[in-house]
Design a protein around this ligand. Sequence first.
Ligand SMILES: Nc1ncnc2c1ncn2[C@@H]1O[C@H](COP(=O)(O)OP(=O)(O)O)[C@@H](O)[C@H]1O
Ligand SMILES: [Mg+2]
Length: 263
Amino acid sequence: MIIIAVANQKGGVGKTTTAINMATAMAATGWKTLLIDLDPQGNASTGLGIANDAREMSSYDLLVDQAELSACTLPTDIPGLDIVPATQDLSGAEVELVAIKDRTNRLAACLANRPENSFSHYDICFIDCPPSLSLLTLNALCAADTLLVPLQCEFFALEGLSQLLQTVERVQERFNPDLGIVGIALTMFDRRNRLTDQVADDVRDCLGALVFENVIPRNVRLSEAPSHGMPALIYDHNCTGSRAYIGLARELIERLPDRRKAA
Ligand SMILES: Nc1ncnc2c1ncn2[C@@H]1O[C@H](COP(=O)(O)OP(=O)(O)O)[C@@H](O)[C@H]1O
Ligand SMILES: [Mg+2]
């Protein structure tokens, strides 16, 4: 079982879209999958059709009350995909955790492979991070085995990335020495725009093989799907965006050790 944080402190770069569709693709491939929504906006929860009043227990309870994982998970309409939803409460978690010792390890502690929380039941877990390098994101980075970074092909992309990589280094030094980066996914790629092409080339020059071959195009179907409460992969599995995410999932699987048997 492997834990992947989907993180980038910039908002609107495709974290949630990537988390939802990668989790769906992995579940469709037969991996028992958990998605943890760690953004107070709860977009991943909404995008998977989880109504607000169904979110009785949430990632807030995991972090603040150290609730049992199994009490906070809900099934989704996708076979093999469960979710820990997020609620607005989560925006207060930061303040509530400030006085607590070991506050960066709250999520890691909940996900630690204890038999009673049945986490070992999952093959893979994605954590959809909020758009900040806050305590919430730090909790994700401390709990994760590895990081998947969605990067929007725009002018300041590389600058934002270096800030994220510095944070990763600090987390490796202080809390989670084994934290890896499984890859950087270029998102919202627009073939007709020369600048995105240029940015994609620069990112590849700079980061080489860390960048996934599969690039996620700008595709209106990807942005329509959440309002129907379903992943694009279900809403329109044949659109260019869905096909790109299927390719990305295939590439991700190649990069992952097969932890399923080891769980
Ligand atoms: N490849 C894409 N093509 C078109 N729209 C996209 C694409 N990826 C994401 N979006 C849309 O852009 C907005 C921001 O994406 P989102 O995944 O929520 O980013 P983040 O979680 O990083 O804030 C959303 O409205 C989403 O539907
Ligand atoms: Mg998001």
